[in-house]
Every structure is written in C-alpha cells, then in structure tokens.
Design a protein around this ligand. Structure first.
Ligand SMILES: [Zn+2]
Length: 482
C-alpha cells in the first residue's frame, strides 16, 4: 500500500512548490559550502593576523628591551671611564705615577669590555622577552670573530694589521665575540661600525639607489642624481669603493662609546675647574692648588670624539621630535640600536616573498645625563673630557639613532656590500643573481631601463616637484617597521 502510494507519488509530477524548494536546497548547499570556505579562510586569516600581531608585539618588546640593556651598559661604561679620569687626576696630584698607567689601561679596556657586556646583556633582554636565537646573526658574529683574529690580528712587519688599543686586544675582542655567539645571538647591533667597512659615501653603498631602481622611482633620480640616468655608460665608470678608515680603533665596533684617548698637559685638563668640582662631589678631593710641576705632566686622558658627540641639530636630518630639545639632552654620540627578526609561518599566503614572512623590529635607546656647571645643567660633553654624567637610558626614535638606513645586521645587504660589489665593479652584473641588490644592478645596467627613465622624466618631471613618491623620502615611511 505504502509502496504503491510512494511509487505513484514518484510517477506523479511534483507540485510546483516542492520543485522550487528542491532547487533552493541545491543553491543553499552551494552557498553553505562557499560560506564555509570563506569562513575557513577568514578563520585562518584571522589566526594569521593574530599571530602576526602577537609576533610583532613580542619583537617590539624584545628589540626595545635589548636596546635599553645595551644603552644601560654604555651609560655605565661612560661613567666608569669618567670616574677613572677623576681618579687619574687624584693619583697624578698625589704623585702616584704607577697608578696612572693602570688607570689608563683600564680605561682602554673598558672601551671594549663595557660595550661588549652591553651586547651580551642585550641578548638576555631579547631572549627574556620571547625572542629566539637567530642562527644567521649567530653565524655572522662567529665569522666576524674569525675575521678579527685572522685579519685585524695578522702580523705585518712585527705588528698587527690594525693597531691594537692594548697588546693582545684583538684576540681578547675575538674571544668576547665568540662568547656571545656561543650563547646564541637574538638581537643584532644595527649601528655597528666594522673597522674594515668603507669609511666614505658611495652611491653603490646607498640602499636608496637600489630601492629607486627596483621601484622605477625616476623621481628619486630627478631629486638625488639628476644627470646619472643620462650620463651613465656602464659599470667601468663607477668611482672606487672608499677605503676603510685607518684610525679610531679605540671605539668598539659594537655599541661603541666614541671616545678618544688624547695626550694633554694636566694643567689644561684642570683649566675648566670641572675636574676639581666633580672629584670633590665624588669624595676624591684634589690638593689645592695642584703643584705646578705636576701640572706640567703630559699624559693620556679620555675625551669625547667631538665629531660623533655633536648636537642633534648638527645632523643632516633634525632630531625627529617636535619641539625643542633641552640643552642637556641635545647631543648624539653613543647609542644602542638592536634589530630582531622573527619568522612567521602563515596559513594563508599572498604568494609574497620570504621577506614578507619575517617580522623585523629595530629598537633604539640612548644614555642621557648632564653635568652641573655654574648652577645649570649642561651637556655631558661640555668640557670634552669624559666625566661621570649619565643618569638614565631612554628609547629614542630609530630615525634619530646613529644606525645607517640599511642597518648593520641586515646581513643580505652586508654581504652585497662586502662581497658582491667588488665582483660587479670588476666584471659587471650577473643575470638572475640570488641577491636582490645584484638583480637591481643587472636591471640598472640595461640601457633600455635607464632610457625609459629619461623618457619618463622628459615629460613628467613636474610630478617630482609636487610630492615625493614612495617611502624613504621626506614624509615617507621607514624600512624599519616603525
Ligand atoms: Zn649582491
């Protein structure tokens, strides 16, 4: 009975309403499936966003903590070297000539051991804030330790290739680098100045040039290198890469304090009266007056390298803070810039490059303090002689730091500058290089590429005077994820 009825129903044409319902059912399944796919994608995307925000937050905390730890040791080292200047004065006035040698030697070592302790402390700061050891950074520090031993310390005519601040300094410095690599490097010092790096400016050492080529930013050429697109012939025409500096080996490559030992007459060191005042404050009274014969002693004292401890206003770009900077804060000099990189494995991908999956944070910090002189607060470097003056460390905008625009622990860029450029200058560009900067140079070398820039500028250069295009220029962003 039921069977018959069912068969009859099956044979009978379906009522219109049922057909419509069935069609809607099919669509509903389709929509549900689509919605599920979208929801799933959205969920994964949200998970990615959450993960990126989390990693970014963690990177920022780690980078800032590392920068502050480095700056704290810079402040401590500067104060110690300042106190040793005072002890030097007291010992000299008391006729303790042997003590003076020990003091000067200790100051020289502090110029390295202080900053390197800061580098080690920065690693702790980064790791305690959840940053993992960066294998590339670690390998680089270890390679550099080898370079210091083999190149800086190479024996040339009975002395080392680079003059040592004290006997055996390069071996000791290499050991410190190795100790830091052994613990694993999580934060790279982005304002390092390596002794063998070129000392002067060169367009091929300016990342903005590569960015302009990669982005066909013809306006950059119009503003920065107006005749280069037309005048350039080929790679034979580049000037040579500037040589490495030949002096300044008393400033540690990492977190350098930028101090200079200088030979001075004791009487001149005492001339400002600040040494007596600071020594009295520290409970180390000098005899008054100091014996004139002792005042004629000519010895080594530690001074600020004034070329590096100028005012913020003396920078090409003014200090990136709105309003006036108080005089006692208005100086550049020693600062601590730390780069941390964290990789992210994403569920969703936009087919972007590997770099898109790396979160980069660069934190910058600086020791601050002042001297009291005639009842007012003045810069720590007011007397040029190093005196204990630093009281605090603060984060500063990375654009106001001493780090180059590329950053010294941007390892792909470093390898390009130190290894690839000489090959390019000798043999020209190579196609399909794995290094993106080398690929930019290959593009640059094509006459058609430069010609398209010349053609564009011949009718569009007015656009370049209206507003800068893209990042890096005035008002543009920075490449440091700020
Ligand atoms: Zn390269």
């Amino acid at each position: 009975m039921r069977k018959t009825s069912s068969a009859a129903a099956a044979r009978a044409p379906r009522p219109r309403a049922e057909r419509v319902f069935s069609g809607r059912g099919g669509q509903a399944i389709l929509f549900t499936a689509m919605a599920l796919v979208i929801l799933l994608f959205a969920a994964l995307w949200m998970a990615d966003v959450h993960r990126i925000v989390f990693v970014k937050d963690r990177s920022q905390n780690a980078g800032d903590a590392a920068a502050l730890a480095g700056a704290r040791w810079q402040a401590t080292s500067l104060n110690l070297i300042g106190e040793l200047n005072l002890m030097h004065a007291v010992a000299l006035a008391a006729g303790a000539a042997n003590a003076v040698d020990v003091i000067t030697n200790t100051q020289l070592r502090l110029c390295f051991t202080g900053p390197m302790t800061g580098v080690a402390a920065a690693q702790q700061g980064a790791k305690l804030n959840g940053m993992y050891v960066n294998e590339d950074f670690t390998d680089f520090v270890r390679e550099h330790a080898d370079d210091v031993r083999r190149q800086y310390g190479a024996s040339v005519g009975g002395t080392t290739a680079l003059p040592e601040p004290w006997p055996g300094a390069w071996d000791e410095y290499a050991d410190m680098l190795d100790a830091i690599a052994d613990d694993g490097v999580a934060a790279g010092v982005d304002n390092a100045t390596f002794y063998t790096d070129p000392a002067g400016a060169h367009l091929l050492l300016d990342m903005a040039f590569y960015d302009a080529v990669a982005g066909r930013d013809w306006c950059w050429f119009y503003r920065s290198q107006p005749s280069l697109l037309e005048d350039y012939v080929d790679y034979h025409g580049w000037p040579g890469i500037p040589p490495a500096p030949t002096t300044g080996f008393t400033t540690c490559e990492l977190l350098g304090l930028w101090l200079t030992p200088q030979t001075r007459r004791f009487g001149n060191v005492l001339a400002s009266g600040q040494v007596e005042a600071e020594a009295a404050d520290a409970g180390m009274a000098l005899p008054s007056p100091v014996d004139p014969a002792v005042q004629d002693a000519v010895q080594v004292w530690f001074f600020y390298s004034m070329g590096r401890w100028g005012t913020w206003n003396a920078l090409d770009d003014p200090f990136p803070v709105v309003g006036d900077v108080k005089e006692q804060y208005d100086y550049v000099g020693a600062d601590s810039v730390m780069r941390v990189e964290a990789g992210i494995t994403r569920f969703t991908s936009d087919g972007g490059t590997e770099a898109d999956d790396t979160i980069l944070w660069t934190g910058a910090a600086k020791p601050f303090g002042h001297l009291e002189m005639d009842g007012r607060a003045v810069r720590p470097n007011e007397t040029h002689l190093v005196l204990p003056a630093f009281r605090e460390v603060r984060l500063i905008p990375v654009d106001g730091s001493t780090a180059s625009s590329a950053g010294s622990f941007n390892l792909a860029w470093r390898r390009h500058c130190t290894e690839h450029l000489s090959r390019y200058l000798d043999n020209g560009p190579i196609p399909n290089a794995s290094c993106r900067y080398c690929r930019n140079l290959f593009t640059w070398e094509q006459p058609a590429f430069r010609q398209s820039g010349v053609a564009w500028l011949s009718t569009n250069s007015w656009q370049c005077t209206i507003a800068p295009s893209g990042g890096g220029g005035p008002g543009g962003g920075t490449r440091r994820a700020h």
